[in-house]
Design a protein around this ligand. Structure first.
Ligand SMILES: Nc1ncnc2c1ncn2[C@@H]1O[C@H](COP(=O)(O)OP(=O)(O)OP(=O)(O)O)[C@@H](O)[C@H]1O
Ligand SMILES: O=C(O)c1ccc[n+]([C@@H]2O[C@H](COP(=O)([O-])O)[C@@H](O)[C@H]2O)c1
Length: 208
């Protein structure tokens, strides 16, 4: 079987149980020996008010004890806008014999046409999409790509240019929900592995 590397980029502001469940499912469904979780330094489409270094540190803490899920700090170190095209290009150069298996949520997938060099991105590896509200209302150009490229989610179907859906139930966890709850002073221990740290930090409370 071909060597393959799992890639999961996100803002992780902050990391939540949905992120971890997706990374584990990507690893297990495709029998990947490694999944890199890559926090954005400066994300292309938003400006988080929590530093990249802080988001990375929380992600690392959340991954301790996880098998083969590794935090990758390349975008944080860059300090400028991180395009997925550049990150995948770099990883492919580092691992020329690996197939890149990259994961995004259904909401990101629906917005893919706004991404830098998005059509080329689809040719750079095997894209895996996690169901999320938004996935059911794909714009025509994305629905067309999906129909053309769709493959079952299994180690045997992994191939450059294909798109698979990760067979998981919808997971309501989101960083937005955590930020909103923390701003209201509510408990987030059912949403994030670092709930206590988040609550103690006061970083998302209304007065900061
Ligand atoms: N619960 C989830 N189900 C499916 N995909 C998810 C889920 N949470 C995050 N993702 C996907 O993971 C990637 C990184 O997500 P991100 O770090 O931005 O978290 P988020 O919960 O979407 O944050 P926010 O609420 O601030 O938008 C994105 O492609 C997003 O679509
Ligand atoms: O490359 C792009 O143009 C691009 C545009 C939007 C988002 N992304 C990447 O998609 C991932 C999820 O982004 P976000 O904003 O939903 O956390 C993260 O790794 C971003 O760098 C990438």
């Amino acid at each position: 079987m071909q060597q393959a590397l799992g890639i999961y980029g996100g803002t992780f502001n902050p990391v939540h149980f949905g992120h971890l469940a997706l990374a584990r499912a990507l690893r297990d469904r495709f029998a990947l020996s490694e999944v890199r979780l890559i926090p954005t330094g400066v994300p292309p489409h938003r400006t988080p008010d929590i530093s990249a270094a802080q988001r990375l540190e929380w992600l690392k803490l959340s991954l301790s004890g996880e098998q083969n899920l590794v935090a990758d700090d390349r975008e944080v170190r860059k300090g400028n806008v991180s395009f997925t095209f550049d990150t995948l290009t770099e990883l492919q150069q580092e691992q020329p014999h690996s197939l890149l298996v990259w994961l995004i949520g259904g909401d990101s997938f629906a917005h893919l046409p706004s991404w830098y060099r998005w059509q080329e991105l689809l040719e750079m590896g095997h894209l895996v999409v996690a169901n999320r509200p938004g996935f059911s209302k794909l714009p025509a150009e994305i629905a067309g790509e999906f129909a053309k490229r769709h493959a079952e989610a299994s180690p045997q179907t992994l191939a450059r240019g294909k798109i698979s859906v990760l067979p998981l139930p919808l997971m309501p966890a989101s960083s937005t929900l955590i930020r909103e709850k923390l701003a209201r002073g509510e408990d987030v221990s059912d949403l994030s592995p670092i709930a206590a740290i988040l609550q103690q930090s006061g970083l998302y409370s209304k007065n900061t």
